[in-house]
Design a protein around this ligand. Sequence first.
Ligand SMILES: [Mn+2]
Length: 294
Amino acid sequence: MGYNPDHVTEAFQCAAEENQLSPLRAAQVINLPAEGDVWIAGDLHDHRRNFEKLLHAADLANHPQRHLILQEIVHGDHWDANGAEGSWETLLKAAELKCSYPHQVHFLMANHDLAQIHGEGIMKSGQSVCEAFNRGVKRDFAGRSGIVQAAITEFLLSFPLAVRTANGLFFSHSVPSESEVATYDYTVFDRALTGADYKRKTGPVYQLIWGRRTTPPTVDLFLEKVHAQLIVTGHQPQDTGFGVNGEHHLIIASDHSQGVFLRASLSYPLDIHVLLEGLRKFVAIDLPPDQPQD
Ligand SMILES: [Mn+2]
């Protein structure tokens, strides 16, 4: 396999530090500058070809005012016969990308990240994806897997909860469920977190990243509380790549070939129609022939 556990550990540690110390970060939120553009993918779930396409198209090296937001990178379809799952490898590529472009690459905390941090069960075909992920790390790092595992946990814990823009966009993995929005603890974005914030069902971090099927009027209330005009989330699967939930909420998915990513200006006025024009399907992106296939 050829991965050096020390180098891998260092890459995850470097990326965690860059996440924590970003000058754009205030508590749990990244505030993007009002110039350039932002590209965001929905849930990736180790879709390696889409990840390569996204990096190729975004061309960060030649667009220093472009920001790229990634979410839910772990837990995909690369399983071996022994039930080990290999998404740590794409997570490493994302960490290396953060180290190479610390001011341009950002992450959003997602529920699969939190499950992996806690080592608790999200099941897929009767198997715990978190245990499968750990088996993948053990398989590939043998006696040194403990230190790699710890660095991965630190990296996932360093993800901010939200990214916002000066022109009214708010990005988070999801929004709290219908019944939670009115009483939600909105201070979670602006302070240091404690164990209680992550707690199953009752913690505001948990509620933010596990919420589903929130109705448009309730999403509007959430937006009012966070002082934003539009929200883009992942989390809810989208067969056609995206879904529009009312006039202010766009949901995107990036874990299949019909998936999409979004490009938006950081300086021009936006509404849902402008946002929709910035969607791009992964099938429309061609990779040079030497790129890895998925
Ligand atoms: Mn999710």
